[in-house]
Ligand binder design. Structure first.
Ligand code: GAR
Length: 195
């Protein structure tokens, strides 16, 4: 089986990236994680990826000053050089410019810790608790120009329990994120390969 070459973009801990890397170790998995890129050189996920034998590259923003597109062009050059077919954003905490969105239209996925269209942006769990929601969850969607707005590819739900805090809720949602991202990315790559 030819596996789809996936790059994961991170900014921090990289637990979703790690879940994807682990899933890809199964010979039946339709994707391989060939590259991890972080916009933060200090991201803990870089070492996690390296330890798993995946190439991990930091492309920091600082040297590009305020030129966000130049930063994305540098990222895109590495993605193209590695023959990447699909990009998975996993806790990549920088809003993209139209350059990278357009370059990967239909081939860039993101995971977000809410049941979109509810609670796009930051502080999703805090806002869900504040609003008295009875359920929360996570969404994998295609990336389009609007932040957290692209077509939904899959969602997982969790109940909000009495006494839940942002911490307890985010832990429970994160467990679901790891499963959901693996399942949705696998289905997406199978579709792409026509199998
Ligand atoms: C995850 O909860 C992910 O859904 C969220 O950041 C966390 C990253 O954790 N992403 C966003 O909020 C994007 N808007 P991880 O680095 O352990 O995967």
């Amino acid at each position: 089986m030819t596996k789809t070459k996936v790059a994961v973009l991170i900014s921090g801990r990289g637990s979703n990236m790690e879940a994807l890397v682990r899933a890809a170790q199964d010979p039946a998995c339709p994707f391989e994680i060939v590259l991890v890129v972080s916009n933060k050189p200090e991201a803990g996920g870089l070492a996690t990826a390296q330890a798993a034998g995946v190439e991990a590259v930091a492309i920091g923003q600082r040297e590009f000053a305020k030129d966000r597109e130049a930063h994305e062009r540098a990222i895109n050059a590495v993605l193209r050089a590695r023959g990447i077919q699909v990009v998975a954003l996993a806790g990549y905490m920088r809003i993209l410019t139209p350059f990278l969105v357009n370059a990967w239209e239909g081939r860039m996925l993101n995971i977000h810790p809410s049941l979109l269209p509810k609670y796009p942006g930051l502080d999703t769990h805090g806002r869900a608790l504040q609003a008295g929601e009875v359920e929360a969850g996570c969404t994998v969607h295609l990336v389009t120009a609007g932040v957290d707005e692209g077509p939904v590819l899959g969602q997982a739900r969790v109940s909000i329990l009495p006494g839940d805090t942002e911490h307890s809720l985010s832990d429970r949602v994160l467990e679901q994120e790891h499963r959901l991202y693996v399942a949705v990315l696998a289905a997406f790559c199978r579709d792409l390969a026509g199998v």
